[in-house]
Design a protein around this ligand. Structure first.
Ligand SMILES: [Fe+2]
Length: 382
């Protein structure tokens, strides 16, 4: 006899705990014939006690991928591929194209003189430049130069194309997009620009240069978009901010020193659906274990070390990419006694925060919750 409700049986008050009987099985058959079903047969499975991400903690070594990424330039032209990218496929998310959760990421390469066809889409996008010289992006007519370890946004619905100047060097950068989320929400669109590339409508680097000073904004700025007018965040500025922060702060035991990339007009995240931050681990620093909702993609901007993610160790060095799924305990460790390490991260924190979905828990809080018979500190709160 086919079992039904008992597959997800839980012997706890407040949870679904219905035993199968011949009468119930017959009842379920009648419901099924009418394209319905009894919630209590699946309730415990679709509403687990805590998040159960299908994404797996994974790390991709840059030294393993670099040659293959460069080789893609021999095999496919950007105008054929649209976007010539080798993407990170999470083993738990293969049907979505995600590297973790609802985030997509990949490595794109561009040779001198090449450019991607200009286009726009509902997915938000960002890039972290890894190597090469002479890269640029054009976002809604704003042309911006890109150097190694710069972080640049191409917000949703903005025309964008990227390339490398004729006198540049072959470049590689990491792309990050929320394509899987847009598809899940059934709201993705794609459009191709009427010309191969945009013409710059403003002075070169106008938006980053207009916001080059911390604590000041252009007086006549008229900005009503929900993304950051800075558009490009240089590594130099970001790193200097972290070093200055270190002079006056002991940092946070869960994160070391962290600075968030912002929209300076409201202090919020750089884009509506994706945010980013840079984290510095001082010499030999180790962070304390905690977990949080949201999906997180890291690129090692500087240094070497390892992270323990979901109980598994991942050793990393510069330009490696790794992911931390939602609600997964992690720690970071800088293995260098004489230098700091920097981790670039992009994530879906804006969504978690705006929708009231953000929740975090230290490992110590988790252990306390277990002692009380709870699954996590989400339970038993005031
Ligand atoms: Fe794009």
């Amino acid at each position: 006899m086919e079992k039904k409700a008992e597959d997800n049986f839980e012997d706890q008050y407040g949870r679904a705990g219905v035993r199968d009987t011949p009468q119930l099985l017959e009842y379920y058959s009648k419901l099924k014939a009418l394209n319905t079903d009894a919630l209590w047969t699946i309730a415990n499975a679709i509403e687990p006690w805590e998040p159960k991400p299908t994404s797996i903690p994974m790390l991709w070594k840059y030294k393993d991928l670099r040659e293959l990424v460069i080789q893609s330039a021999d095999l496919v032209k950007p105008e054929e591929a649209g976007r010539r990218v080798v993407y990170f496929a999470n083993k738990g998310r293969t049907e979505t194209g995600a590297c973790v959760g609802w985030l997509y990421s990949g490595l794109q390469t561009m040779r001198p003189g090449e450019f991607t066809p200009a286009h726009r889409h509902m997915a938000s996008a960002l890039r972290f430049i890894m190597e090469g010289k002479g890269a640029y992006t054009v976002v809604n007519g704003h042309k911006i130069d890109l150097n190694a370890r710069d972080f640049v946004i191409t917000p949703n619905d903005c025309w964008h194309d990227h390339g490398v100047y004729e006198d540049g060097e072959q470049c590689i950068w990491q792309d990050g997009l929320d394509i899987p989320l847009m598809n899940t929400l059934d709201c993705n669109f794609y459009d191709v620009y009427p010309k191969p590339a945009q013409s710059a409508k403003y002075p070169l680097n106008d938006m980053p240069l207009s916001h080059a000073g911390s604590g000041v904004l252009p007086d006549k700025l008229n900005w009503e978009n929900d993304y950051s007018p800075i558009m490009r965040f240089s590594f130099e500025n970001t790193y200097n901010a972290l070093k200055d922060l270190d002079k006056v702060s002991k940092g946070d035991k869960y994160g070391g020193h962290t600075v968030r990339y912002i929209n300076p007009t409201n202090g919020g995240h750089v884009m509506a659906t994706m945010g980013g931050y840079m984290q510095m681990l001082r010499n030999s620093e180790s962070t304390t274990s905690y977990r949080r909702t949201g999906s997180y993609v890291f690129q090692v901007a500087k240094g070497k070390g390892y992270s323990i993610i979901g109980g598994k160790r991942f050793d990393w060095e510069e330009k490696d990419v790794f992911v931390i799924p939602s609600w997964t305990f992690f720690t970071h460790h800088n293995l260098d006694d004489n230098d700091d390490a920097c981790l670039f991260c992009f994530n879906d924190l804006p969504i978690m925060e705006k929708l009231g979905l953000y929740f975090e828990e230290s490992y110590a809080e988790y252990e306390e919750a277990l002692k009380k018979g709870y699954k996590s500190s989400y339970q038993g709160r005031d």
